[in-house]
Design a protein around this ligand. Structure first.
Ligand code: SIN
Length: 465
């Protein structure tokens, strides 16, 4: 079986499938370019004494604005406490207070339930432990190559065409898992790796798999406002420790509160920037604790020559997480026989219209594991030779300004319509534009504002911000 992608979902799937032989395709060295490794926020699980799965389910459903799949929410959130045990067994070192797991509170969570690793390096800590295990598992072969096509025959998936430098690899397999991450790289500013342009969604689209909820894209309000497309994240946890939004005049402007739900805050920051202001996060009140509580953010600020103890941190909203994706069932099965998906590329129904913070590492690990187990349990079909042409390379460059202008934090019908027209012109020659077209069409079809899909025709969003 073939796993495409070496983030948390892909690694959990590979380990869960063991001792079934797995080829893990990753375009670069393992851990590099994976959004999982950049995740600062943490992993949410109802493991506190005063917490319960029912409370975590309720918070997840509320964030999803009525569009979650309740069965998926119960299943995935319910598996959280057991997942924490599994990750501890796999060697993940979550932060502790004495002997107990340290549990942090984040916006829209009713209880402290966020597990961290090395403060703000949770994703990197989980990846470290999983990579140690993966490298020590003889049934897993890591191949540094980029998947370019899922080959589908009469009986479902037949294999993968991948490219390694100038070499074309035709890899037969009746089972393929997409664990390729998100689409933030389709925007001019993202907290994702720049290369996260929705490759997995393009592969799934080309194979004919069903996609859903493509219009639901979460924007994070506090990416560091520096040059470049991939912006370092300044975690919400910094506001949890008391940092506040100010503008260039030093005035507080966030009407809904600095820790209001992420979509509300992102709209507030976006509207203030649109009104010609510069936005900063004032973390000076945190003082010397900043460096120990947020070592990775302190290093990010140092690289940008900002001292959070004495200077406000310049921030802007950036594309952060895609709630939509390839439609999957509880085992990660897509609508194409033999094709599976897990992690951000998949649409499980957990997030609905908006993701509750720190639910994504949880989902990636649980659903990656479930998909790996399901794929390993299948009876193998006879492998056939696979033949395919290398498809056109996607190019996100012409797509980014249009996505950012018309499918960003606030949307209107005229802008989305213009985006649809422009993407339709490019779609035939550029798979990134073909994916952007599907996103624009989904956004146009969603007539009301809900969750992360905010149409300016629906005035309550300006008021809330
Ligand atoms: C953050 O730490 O602000 C991001 C966490 C997340 O997106 O879950």
């Amino acid at each position: 079986m073939i796993i495409i992608g070496g983030g948390v979902a892909g690694l959990m799937a590979a380990l869960a499938a063991s001792p079934h032989p797995v080829t893990l395709l990753n375009p670069g060295p393992l851990g590099v370019g994976a959004a999982s490794a950049m995740s600062q926020g943490g992993l949410a699980a109802a493991v506190g004494a005063d917490d319960s799965v029912a409370l975590h389910v309720a918070d997840t459903l509320a964030a999803g604005a009525g569009l979650c799949d309740p069965e998926a929410v119960e299943r995935i959130i319910g598996a959280g406490p057991a997942l924490v045990e599994t990750l501890l067994r796999l060697g993940v070192r979550f932060d502790r207070h004495g002997a107990d797991l340290a549990l942090g509170l984040e916006a829209a969570h009713a209880r402290p339930r966020i597990l961290h690793g090395n403060g703000d390096q949770t994703g990197a800590e989980i990846m470290r432990a999983l990579m140690v295990r993966v490298r020590a598992t003889p049934s897993i072969t890591i191949v540094r190559a980029a998947a370019r096509k899922i080959v589908v025959g009469d009986n479902g998936v037949a294999g993968v065409l991948a490219v390694r430098g100038s070499e074309i690899l035709l890899l037969p397999s009746d089972r393929v898992l997409l664990a390729t991450g998100g689409i933030g790289g389709l925007f001019s500013h993202t907290t994702n790796p720049e290369g996260a342009i929705g490759h997995g969604l393009m592969l799934a689209m080309d194979a004919g798999a069903a996609l859903a909820d493509l219009e639901f894209i979460q924007f994070h309000p506090t990416a560091l406002d520096v040059a470049g497309a991939s912006l370092p994240l300044i975690s919400e946890a910094v506001r949890g420790e008391g940092a506040r939004f100010i503008d260039e005049t030093g005035a507080y402007f966030m009407r809904g509160g600095d820790l209001a739900p992420r979509d509300v805050v992102a709209r507030g920051v976006f509207a203030h920037v649109q009104a010609g202001h510069q936005v900063f996060l004032d973390a000076r009140g945190i003082g010397a604790r900043f460096a120990t509580r947020f070592p990775s953010i302190a290093a990010i600020c140092a690289r940008a020559e900002i001292d959070p103890m004495t200077q406000p941190i310049p921030v802007r909203p950036a594309a952060h997480y895609h709630m939509g994706g390839v439609v999957v069932d509880a085992a990660g099965r897509t609508s194409i026989e033999g094709l599976y998906a897990a992690g951000e590329v998949a649409r499980t129904g957990l997030h609905g219209a908006n993701r509750l913070a720190s639910n994504s590492l949880l989902e990636a690990a649980i659903c990656g594991e479930a998909a790996g187990q399901a794929m390993a349990a299948l009876h193998a079909k006879p492998l056939r030779d696979v033949r395919a042409e290398v498809p056109v390379l996607p190019d996100a460059v012409p797509v980014r300004p249009i996505m950012s202008a018309h499918l960003g934090v606030l949307r209107d019908a005229a802008g989305m319509g213009l985006a649809e027209e422009k993407f339709a012109e490019m779609a035939g020659q550029n798979p990134a534009a073909a994916l952007a077209l599907r996103i624009a069409q989904a956004a146009l079809a969603r007539k009301n504002s809900v969750g992360a899909h905010a149409r300016v025709e629906t005035k309550q969003f300006y008021k809330a911000a």
